[in-house]
Design a protein around this ligand. Structure first.
Ligand SMILES: *[C@@H]1O[C@H](CO)[C@@H](O)[C@H](O)[C@H]1NC(C)=O
Ligand SMILES: *[C@@H]1O[C@H](CO)[C@@H](O)[C@H](O)[C@H]1NC(C)=O
Ligand SMILES: *[C@@H]1O[C@H](CO)[C@@H](O)[C@H](O)[C@H]1NC(C)=O
Ligand SMILES: *[C@@H]1O[C@H](CO)[C@@H](O)[C@H](O)[C@H]1NC(C)=O
Ligand SMILES: *[C@@H]1O[C@H](CO)[C@@H](O)[C@H](O)[C@H]1NC(C)=O
Ligand SMILES: *[C@@H]1O[C@H](CO)[C@@H](O)[C@H](O)[C@H]1NC(C)=O
Ligand SMILES: *[C@@H]1O[C@H](CO)[C@@H](O)[C@H](O)[C@H]1NC(C)=O
Ligand SMILES: *[C@@H]1O[C@H](CO)[C@@H](O)[C@H](O)[C@H]1NC(C)=O
Length: 406
């Protein structure tokens, strides 16, 4: 129940990325396409064009987006998520090899319907294959044992759009700092689950998504992102960051989603780009939240702070009093009272805390025809309050509430 089945605006919406996994993302409504077929609702997120062959119907539905190479793949939505990241279990490589007249490196599969894509994932490769066709735009290399990235191996390819290197053995000292310098078309660079200790230098300025989650990154060097004005998504969860200094994220003028969960922050890092709408800081041991913790984040809509060890006494009373906030996740902390939230907040997750009282002033400073809480979903399960302890007039304040879990 609740957020993980798609209760809130964003929770439960799965972007069709990541390696065999979906990355849970919250996205503004206008970027989400809802497709309904029979009784099933299928959600697709931005930046992926997926053609779904519905199981019992010959009709197909296309969600258009500009940055997906070519003819989409046959996707069985009952057997796997509609991801384009791998052909494993979907295609017979021998059939391809027999039917595709185009050159394809021995270690890879080249789908005939998508001539600019090359699949070399999960092959135990120790290095990027040589003689990749120069028209390659989508290069899938995840699940190998690749340690290095040299300049020469990509030198003949000029139009690379996606470079997917999740779950390899990449190490900073084996990355040629100019290897990607000429890849002006590169938009997605994924290197989750590698052995990087810092953000690689020399990443091309045109990137839109950079995924470096689950490495051992302990520092970002100042200026690492200085030219990346188009980057909208930066994943750094599961690393060893303790702090962010002034120049570290400078230049990220378009950043929308910043995922910093599971690092070593002891307070909300400063110097975050003011464009950020989705800030995820769960699983950091935060000592508290100050009045200025989210200062300057004028566009912040979705804030996740679950599993942070937060105590009610450590929260500045007005820390969440900013009207851009739509969704706030404070689940799995040690809060004993409900913090004061803006009346514009629509989704509040407070499950698994130690809350003992339900104080209406947390939601409504006053109640009137126009002053009421916009809350739609409120989770208070796993606390120390019971439904019958709610004050009788709570419904006047929470008058647009759709679900409450106590
Ligand atoms: C690049 O192209 C040249 C000339 O066609 C070829 O000799 C070389 O092997 C190619 N390099 C790679 C890494 O494919
Ligand atoms: C790409 O490779 C083909 C054949 O391997 C070659 O004829 C063509 O000139 C190359 N194009 C570029 C831009 O290097
Ligand atoms: C990966 O490569 C390293 C050397 O780069 C090697 O020591 C290791 O055995 C390789 N692992 C696998 C699973 O092939
Ligand atoms: C980038 O392209 C320029 C011009 O084509 C070339 O001179 C340079 O060697 C290339 N750099 C790398 C690292 O491939
Ligand atoms: C950033 O995006 C804009 C608009 O799409 C584009 O004109 C510009 O060339 C991009 N910048 C880089 C460095 O690719
Ligand atoms: C946080 O840690 C908990 C418990 O270890 C885990 O279940 C959860 O998936 C983690 N969440 C994130 C966002 O890292
Ligand atoms: C809370 O935010 C509202 C709306 O921005 C503002 O009017 C009010 O003064 C704030 N209250 C405090 C105590 O900061
Ligand atoms: C609710 O909270 C306000 C402000 O913190 C406090 O003044 C008031 O006494 C509380 N009401 C109850 C019923 O606890």
């Amino acid at each position: 129940m609740g957020k993980d089945d798609g209760g809130g605006l964003g929770y439960g919406m799965w972007a069709v990325f990541g390696e065999g996994e979906c990355v849970r993302q919250r996205l503004p409504l206008n970027r989400i396409a809802y497709l309904a077929s029979h009784s099933t609702m299928v959600l697709l997120c931005h930046a992926v064009l997926v053609l779904l062959w519905f199981f019992n119907s010959a009709s197909a539905t296309v969600v258009a987006d500009s940055d997906y190479g070519g003819v989409p793949l046959w996707v069985n939505r009952l057997l796997g998520e509609p991801s384009v990241l791998s052909l494993q279990g979907r295609m017979d490589p021998a059939w391809f090899r027999a039917n595709n007249p185009q050159a394809c490196p021995q270690q890879c599969d080249c789908p005939i319907q998508w001539p600019t894509a090359i699949y070399c994932d999960h092959r135990g490769l120790a290095s990027v294959p040589n003689s990749l066709p120069n028209k390659t735009q989508y290069l899938f290399l995840q699940g190998n044992n690749i340690t290095s990235l040299s300049t020469s191996v990509l030198a003949n390819i000029t139009g690379l759009h996606w470079l997917i290197l999740d779950r390899n053995n990449l190490q900073n000292n084996k990355l040629d700092s100019v290897a990607l310098q000429n890849q002006t078309q590169l938009r997605y660079f994924f290197a989750n689950h590698n052995h990087l200790k810092s953000v690689p230098s020399g990443l091309p300025a045109g990137l839109k998504q950079l995924r470096l989650a689950y490495n051992q990154i302990s520092s970002i060097s100042p200026g690492a992102f200085q030219n990346m004005h188009n980057l909208t998504l930066l994943l750094l969860q599961g690393n060893r960051l303790q702090t962010i200094t002034e120049g570290d994220l400078k230049g990220l003028d378009s950043l929308n989603l910043l995922e910093l969960s599971g690092n070593l922050f002891s307070s909300v890092p400063g110097h975050l780009p003011s464009s950020v709408q989705q800030l995820y800081l769960s699983n950091n041991s935060l000592s508290g939240l100050d009045s200025d913790s989210f200062e300057g984040l004028l566009n912040l809509k979705y804030l996740r702070l679950s599993h942070c060890g937060l105590l009610s006494g450590g929260l500045h009373p007005w820390v969440f009093n900013f009207s851009s906030l739509v969704e706030l996740d404070l689940s799995y902390n040690k809060l004993t009272t409900i913090p004061t939230v803006p009346s514009t907040l629509q989704y509040l997750y407070l499950e698994a805390n130690e809350i003992q009282e339900f104080n209406m002033t947390s939601f409504c400073r006053e109640v009137g025809p126009l002053s009421y809480s916009r809350m739609k979903i409120l989770r208070l399960d796993g606390n120390r309050i019971l439904y019958h302890q709610l004050p009788s007039d709570w419904i006047f304040c929470l008058r647009v509430l759709e679900s409450i879990y106590v």
